[in-house]
Every structure is written in structure tokens, then in C-alpha cells.
Ligand binder design. Structure first.
Ligand code: PEP
Ligand code: MG
Length: 539
């Protein structure tokens, strides 16, 4: 038995035979040629053929995983037309009198290294794309057909790495799961795996020489583990979990595309909470109506320095684009308390949950806030973005925020940078905000109730303290009364109110929330269909 851990891309369980995916490495030799014009014409033919293949792949992907995910093949088509890329290949053929295959392979390697060396995670992930398009052109120059790795029975694909086009070319009915040694969670391969509902692990430190096609394996996307040659107990347990998964999946299928509406016709928006760009897959897969909370501070965690405006812009833009015109509510950074980041140099605090955090940092360190606002406003033109501010306690804070937002808008306008007016809302997660929600409602477009913090501050219970779990009563009448008050105050001003704290997914309260008049619940993607079911069964 061999067990490895990796990073999970899709949380599902699968068991079956392994197929070790061997890429056919195209050996490209450098050859001297006489007629460079003829070589460039040969290259042009190969590019036309490659473009046609990509168009076919695009159409296949649109049908199987939707337009947003298929867009990668349009990107590949565009990359293939990139002037710098084509010019670099032409120059090489002309100046060195060499064959097109070698010029394409070398240019592909150079561009790929250039992308890999960039700071921006999104650009880094494009390194694999440029290699992918170059390999395709080379294969067409060599007169080889696209390798579709056909197999008859469904298998678990084990590979060193997989490119987006390799992933989508695979017949998804014949794939149970995949596990790769390399790959990034931001890559389109990972995005496609999520869309395809395929349990998948990446970054698994497998020794591929020890693994043979035909071995049995279990991919556990929940524990992020792959087990080769599992014991009979492990097989039994995996089979049970797969059965449970199938029951869930059936439920999922029947509710997809349906409205979140009670029998008496009351509709409620069900949105999803995400922490990173790569979570958008779960949002779409579970048929959420939008993103109700993108915890942007996760972009700041686990790194040495602040994310740049460009890095943030790329992340927000990608989420907005992937969600097409669906609402995407991005919360400005909520650092502090349990979410500590060394480079903010905040020093030790006696009571960090009641300390220097979230909007307080943004109002004091305006440069950090303005960088994020610029990235957010620039991203507005790529979809339907709303901005949400955390930890609000007063009218004056909202006034200060709007002053800074106006400053950023003026700066963007002077620089000729386009943006769309986003809706702006606030989190209601302090008792103070609840008590002045009548005034706050006049100032904002929406409220989203952060019940995690609201419960902590109302009941004076540290949400991190394990010893207090028994006292942390999220159904406390004080909390429910506060929610009702916030909803009523929002509605008096014609604004909407939702919940994005964990309580929103509490199925014991779903009916209560609908009766209270909440307009939205934003929950973990996996809870969307469960809540939809409860709402649809309500009178
Ligand atoms: C909340 O407090 O309920 C909330 C949604 O924000 P977070 O859990 O990120 O503090
Ligand atoms: Mg909170």
C-alpha cells in the first residue's frame, strides 16, 4: 500500500484502476534549412490547423463545462496570434536558418520561463498555457495527431502534470479522478477539474516509477490523499462514501437550475462564500446565484508582503469574469483578530478580536485601502462587482470610507482608467451597527449580517476559545432579534439584507430566516442546494 498527500482541487472520493498518463514527448531536433520562406509558410499552416483544433476543443468544452471555463481555449487561440510570440519564432527561423519545430519549441520554452518568473500568480499559471500551445504547433508541424489517450473503462489518471487542453480532451465519462505531481490550484486544469466534478489532487509527491497502470487506487479529495493498492477495509469504506456521494449528487442534479422560491412564491437569493479565486468552481458547480462574500483578506495571508494592486486586480477580475453577470460581493480586507499577517506589523494586542482590525486598519493606513479600492474599481468593468466593508460600528466610518472611495475614483478618472459604479454595502457584525442600522441603511445599498462576529460581540464570547463552545449560542434570542431589526431597517429604506455568517447555512433556521424577510443567504457552496430544497418545500 502506498499513500500520498497533496492539495485537493475537488472534494470527492473515487476508487478504480490507475492509468499513468504518459505524455508523448515530441523530440525536436535543430535542423538547418535553406528556404526560410517555405518554413514560415509551413509554420502558418500548422498554426491554422492548431487554431482549428482549439476551436473544436472550445466547442466541446462549452458543451461539457460551460462557456466561462471553455474560455481558456479562446485564450490559447489568442496567445497563438500574439505578435511578440509569432515574431520571435519568425526571427529565429530567419536569423538562424533553422526549422520551424525547433524555433517554436525554443520560443515556447523562453516565453514559458518568462511567465514562470513573474511575481503574479495568475501570470505564473500562464507559463503552462504557452508551453501547451507551442507543443500543439510542434505536433502539427511534425504531422502527429492530437494524443487523446483513449481508454475503455473509467480510470484514475495519474500524471506528472496535465495541461488544460489535455484535461478537456479526456473523455470525462472515462475519468474517475486525477492526481498530479505538479500543477497550481490557480491553473485552468484545476478550474476545469472542479467544473467537471472530478475528484482531483495536485502537488502529490508521488514517485511515478513505483506506480503502474492497472493498480487500484482511492483518491480522497476530502482528506487530500491518494492510496495505491488499498486494504480491503479501505476499499469498503471508500465504497460507502462513494454511495453517499451518489445520493447527494442525485439531489444536486434535480435542484440545479431551479429557483429558490417557497410554495407561496417568496424568492430568496442563495449566494456562496469564497476565500479565493479557485473557489469559484464550487460556486458554479453548486448553482449559486452569485458570490455573497469573497473574503479578500485571504489574498493577503501566507505571503511575505502585500499583494500588489495588479495581483488583486487579476484576482477580482477573474472572479467577476468567471461569474459572468452574476453578483460578486467582494469584502475589503478583514485582517486582524485570528487572521494575522506579519508584514502588517501590528504588534501584540491584549484583545485582538476587539483590536486594530478590518476597516480600522483601512481608515488609518489609507495607502493599503486605496490600493485595494483601485484594484476593485478597475475590476468592476469585467462583471457585476459590489464592494462590502467589514466591522462597521458607525455612520462616521461609512462617511470616511466614501471620502476615500471618492478620492480613488477621482484619481482613476484623471488617469483615464475605466470603472463602473459598484453597489456598496456593509457587514453588520457589531451590536453598534445593529443599533444604528436605521441610519446606516440610508447610506448603503445593502446589509450583510456577519453572525460569526455579531454573536461573539453580543454574547461577549471569543469565537476562537474552545472552552466557550457550550456558551456560544448562535440561536440566542438576542441574535435573532438583532437580525430582525436589521432586516426591517434595511427594508424601510428600500435596501436588501442578507446573512453571510455561518448561521446563514443553519438548516434549522432557514424557514425562520425566510419568514423574517431576509433577502439573501450567503453560505458555503456545498450548502446551496440543501437550502434550496428547504425553501422550495416551505409554504
Ligand atoms: C462574520 O463575522 O460572520 C463573517 C462572515 O466574517 P468572518 O467570519 O470572516 O469574520
Ligand atoms: Mg466577521
Amino acid at each position: 500500500m502506498l499513500k500520498y498527500s497533496g492539495k485537493s482541487v475537488y472534494k470527492g472520493v473515487a476508487m478504480g484502476k490507475v492509468l499513468v498518463f504518459n505524455k508523448e514527448e515530441d523530440v525536436v531536433k535543430r535542423e538547418k534549412i535553406e528556404d526560410t520562406d517555405a518554413e514560415i509558410a509551413r509554420l502558418a499552416d500548422a498554426i491554422v490547423k492548431s487554431q482549428k483544433q482549439l476551436q473544436d476543443l472550445y466547442e466541446k468544452a462549452v458543451k461539457e463545462v460551460g462557456e466561462a471555463s471553455a474560455a481558456i481555449f479562446e485564450v490559447h487561440q489568442m496567445m497563438m496570434e500574439d505578435e511578440d510570440y509569432i515574431e520571435a519564432i519568425h526571427n529565429m527561423i530567419r536569423s538562424e536558418s533553422i526549422n520551424a519545430e525547433f524555433a517554436v519549441a525554443t520560443t515556447g520554452d523562453n516565453f514559458s520561463e518568462m511567465f514562470a518568473a513573474m511575481d503574479d500568480d495568475y501570470m505564473k499559471a500562464r507559463s503552462a498555457d504557452v508551453k501547451d500551445i507551442s507543443n500543439r504547433i510542434v505536433r502539427n508541424l511534425l504531422g502527429k495527431e492530437a494524443d487523446d489517450n483513449n481508454q475503455s473503462e473509467p480510470v484514475i489518471i495519474v500524471a506528472d502534470d496535465l495541461s488544460p487542453s489535455e484535461t478537456v480532451q479526456m473523455d470525462k465519462d472515462k475519468i474517475l479522478a486525477f492526481a498530479t505531481v505538479h500543477g497550481s490550484t490557480n491553473s485552468h486544469t484545476a478550474i476545469l477539474a472542479r467544473m467537471m466534478n472530478i475528484p482531483a489532487l495536485i502537488g502529490v509527491p508521488m514517485n511515478l516509477s513505483e506506480i503502474q497502470s492497472g493498480m487500484v487506487a482511492i483518491v480522497d479529495g476530502v482528506k487530500a490523499e491518494i492510496t495505491f493498492d488499498p486494504s480491503s477495509e479501505e476499499c469498503l469504506s471508500a465504497m460507502n462514501r462513494i454511495k453517499e456521494q451518489e445520493v447527494q449528487a442525485k439531489l444536486l442534479e434535480t435542484l440545479k437550475g431551479k429557483d429558490n422560491v417557497t410554495k407561496s412564491g417568496r424568492h430568496i437569493n442563495l449566494y456562496a462564500n469564497i476565500g479565493s479565486v479557485s473557489d469559484v468552481g464550487y460556486v458554479l458547480e453548486n448553482d449559486a446565484g452569485g458570490v455573497g462574500l469573497f473574503r479578500s483578506e485571504f489574498l493577503y495571508l501566507g505571503r511575505e508582503d502585500f499583494p500588489t494592486e495588479e495581483e488583486q486586480f487579476q484576482a477580482y477580475k477573474q472572479v467577476a469574469q468567471t461569474m459572468a453577470e452574476k453578483k460578486v460581493i467582494i469584502r475589503t480586507l478583514d485582517i486582524g483578530a485570528d487572521k494575522q499577517v506579519d508584514y502588517f506589523e501590528m504588534g501584540k494586542e491584549e484583545n485582538p478580536a476587539m483590536g486594530y482590525r478590518a476597516i480600522r486598519i483601512c481608515l488609518k493606513q489609507k495607502d493599503i485601502f486605496k490600493t485595494q479600492l483601485r484594484a476593485l474599481l478597475r475590476a468592476t468593468i469585467y462583471g457585476n462587482i459590489s464592494i462590502m466593508y467589514p466591522m462597521i460600528t458607525s455612520v462616521s466610518e461609512v462617511e470616511q470610507i466614501y471620502e476615500i472611495v471618492d478620492e480613488v475614483k477621482n484619481e482613476l478618472q484623471s488617469a483615464g482608467v475605466a470603472y463602473k459604479e459598484p453597489e456598496q454595502g456593509i457587514m453588520i457584525e457589531t451590536p453598534a451597527a445593529v443599533m444604528v442600522s436605521d441610519e446606516l441603511a440610508k447610506m448603503v445599498d445593502f446589509f450583510s449580517i456577519g453572525t460569526n462576529d455579531l454573536t461573539q460581540y453580543t454574547l461577549a464570547i471569543d469565537r476562537q476559545n474552545e472552552k466557550l463552545c457550550d456558551f456560544y449560542d448562535s440561536h440566542h434570542p438576542a441574535i435573532l432579534k438583532m437580525i430582525q431589526m436589521v432586516v426591517d431597517n434595511a427594508h424601510k429604506e428600500g435596501k436588501w439584507a442578507g446573512i453571510c455568517g455561518e448561521l446563514g447555512a443553519d438548516t434549522e433556521l432557514t424557514e425562520t430566516f425566510v419568514e423574517m424577510g431576509l433577502d439573501e443567504l450567503s453560505v458555503a457552496p456545498s450548502m446551496i442546494l440543501k437550502l434550496r430544497q428547504i425553501i422550495r418545500e416551505m409554504d
